[in-house]
Design a protein. Structure first.
Length: 590
């Protein structure tokens, strides 16, 4: 390919001339240090290049080498358990090469070229295959079977198929096509800015359970859905995303640390290998891919990290897996867009963000979805995207939050006062919403019964009534309320403290199954209904609230999944203790 020449350097933006052979989004190598860059604008023979490494010391006159290929990721066995930077360089390999700090111009293959994988064929010679068909499998980790698929754009008859130990670059199959014999390896490449194709996008009808009660009960996300977590500094965005990465009902997790602090990625790296996956008993890291482009790494690479992560997630979706993608945080990605837009001297939009911010955010989230994958076996895969947004000062009217809310279907609004009151997750129940409720209600009724929906509606009504009653209390005091209204306040407090409040660091309370959630809510709502009936029989509210069973309702969250049978006894005790109190009250009245 041709060689250009640098004429301008402005931070991560490099402008080069003699680039008439270049194409948009092609990767180039900048200067003799061969820094990785991507062409983001073309004017005649001049190209504007976004450089993904530090450009200090580089000046006009230095060469720019064209590669003729777009920014792509390597897809194949070896992705799981890896930690990459924003442009898919493995950080452990780079550390072995140059030490603790990434040196400029360092190169490393994303997938290990020497490691041997045990390939088990699933097709035989003479079979007709199309793009997306599974040629064979590799047991990558204990829980993850890596399915080697026919590359997109290829179909024909299997002429040769290999079995046994092979590297990612060894030929494992030969396919006879109309244009000749094509060799297939276990490794594929795919340009990150182009979504991987599928047959059909399916409606989001299944719940992705997270084990977080406020999410699963009130604001659930569907498999293949999109969600965002906006909130001010210190409100718990990262902890919520860590919880989702640990416990969400997904077979593969892709976690992108985009512009966040390095210690947050360190927490993931230290914690995930120690945590036991409840589904497999293996460490959670055995089904996780990490992309780390922290705040001290080059700004421009943040832009690439989001696309790198979602392309890897789409690849596992195409195998038929349910994939959860966590992006923390898309605000830092948008800041990288703003910086590059400013250096390109584009007309700024609101708050200096580029005018195309909304379309870029939409392009990212629209790559999520539940789909029928390519191939002849009609397998279904799902990619669920959850993005954190870090609005400056917690201002939800700023452009990144608003652009995100136009696209996503679930809004988990983190509230600073709740976070400072140590209420985790600090998701505000009156400000958040989920637009998937109508889609997934049928699934929930089938799995959990009609009473799940009824309890959700009733408990949310009580929380809204509590908000209205607290306004009255602030004005004229609690003594102005009737016994019935005071009971509503107490029940709402119980819903908040005994149900919604969850301890991420408690061995039992960190995760709560749907069955346990239903039983916990049933205890609270049963007490409320029985107490209401008791008040109609003129029982004393203070005595009702002092019943011993109230303590057992509050402690129910610490019941292990094996001991859920205890809930039936607590339900019986609620009815028995309230009946005893009203009976005694009746005798007193008599």
């Amino acid at each position: 390919m041709g060689v250009g020449r640098i004429i301008k350097v402005s931070g991560p933006l490099v402008v080069a001339e003699n680039m008439q052979d270049a194409k948009m989004y092609d990767v180039v190598r900048v200067s003799e240090e061969r820094l990785i860059g991507e062409i983001i604008e073309l004017h005649g023979d001049k190209a504007s290049i976004q450089v993904y490494e530090e450009t200090g010391g580089i000046g006009p006159g230095e060469p720019v080498y064209l590669t003729g290929a777009p920014l792509s990721v390597e897809l194949g066995p070896g992705l799981i358990e890896s930690i990459y930077d924003g442009i898919q360089r493995p950080l452990d390999v780079i550390e072995a090469q140059v030490g603790n700090y990434i040196t400029r111009g360092v190169e490393a293959n994303a997938l290990d070229r020497d490691k041997k994988w045990d390939f088990v064929p699933k097709v035989k010679v003479g079979d007709q295959v199309v793009a997306g068909d599974i040629l064979g499998t590799v047991q990558e980790t204990t829980p993850v079977e890596h399915r080697i698929m026919v590359p997109i754009g290829l179909e024909g008859e299997v002429a040769e198929i290999y079995s046994g130990s092979a590297t990612v670059t060894d030929v494992i199959a030969k396919i006879k096509t109309e244009t000749g014999l094509k060799e297939v390896t276990m490794m594929q490449k795919w340009p990150v800015r182009r979504g991987r194709p599928y047959k059909v996008k399916l409606p989001p009808e299944e719940v992705m359970t997270t084990g977080q009660r406020v999410i699963d009960m009130f604001f659930p996300v569907a498999k293949g859905g999109t969600a965002c977590i906006p909130g001010p500094f210190g409100s718990g965005k990262t902890v919520v995303q860590h919880q989702l990465a640990k416990w969400a009902d997904a077979e593969i997790v892709v976690y992108i640390g985009c512009g966040e602090r390095g210690n947050e990625m360190t927490d993931v790296l230290l914690e995930f290998p120690q945590l036991e996956d409840p589904k497999t008993g293996e460490p959670l890291m055995k089904r996780t891919v990490l992309i780390a482009n922290t705040s001290n790494m080059p700004v421009a690479a943040r832009e690439a990290s989001i696309y790198t992560g979602i392309t890897i997630a789409e690849y596992f979706r195409d195998m038929g897996y349910s994939v959860a993608l966590m992006a923390d945080s898309t605000s830092r990605w948008a800041e990288a867009l703003r910086e590059m837009s400013g250096r390109l001297e584009e007309m700024p939009g609101e708050e200096g963000y580029p005018a195309y911010l909304g379309s870029r955010v939409a392009e990212f989230y629209e790559r999520a979805g539940r789909v029928t994958c390519l191939g002849s076996d009609e397998r279904v895969g799902a990619l669920t995207a959850v993005g954190a947004v870090s609005p400056p000062g917690g201002d939800l009217s700023e452009p990144v939050t608003q652009s995100t809310l136009r696209v996503v279907k679930v809004f988990w609004s983190l509230d600073a006062p709740l976070a400072y009151a140590r209420h985790f997750p600090a998701i505000h129940w009156l400000l958040s919403y989920s637009l998937y409720l109508d889609n997934i209600d049928e699934y929930l009724r089938r799995e959990l019964g009609d009473d799940w929906i009824d309890m959700r509606v009733e408990s949310m009504r009580l929380l809204q009534q509590e908000s209205e009653l607290q306004e009255i209390v602030r004005l004229v005091g609690v003594d102005s309320l009737s016994a019935r209204e005071r009971l509503i306040l107490e029940t709402a407090r119980s819903i908040r403290e005994d149900f919604l409040l969850q301890n991420a660091f408690h061995d039992v309370d960190t995760y709560c199954s749907l069955e346990k959630q239903k039983l916990m809510m049933k205890l609270i709502m049963t007490f409320h209904e029985e107490a209401l009936r008791a008040l109609e029989r003129e029982a004393d509210l203070d005595k009702l609230l002092a019943l011993p069973v109230r303590e057992r309702i509050a402690r129910a969250k610490y019941t292990t999944e094996e001991d859920l049978g205890q809930f039936e006894q607590i339900l019986t005790d609620i009815q028995a203790q309230i009946a005893e109190l009203t009976a005694v009250g009746g005798e007193d009245v008599a």
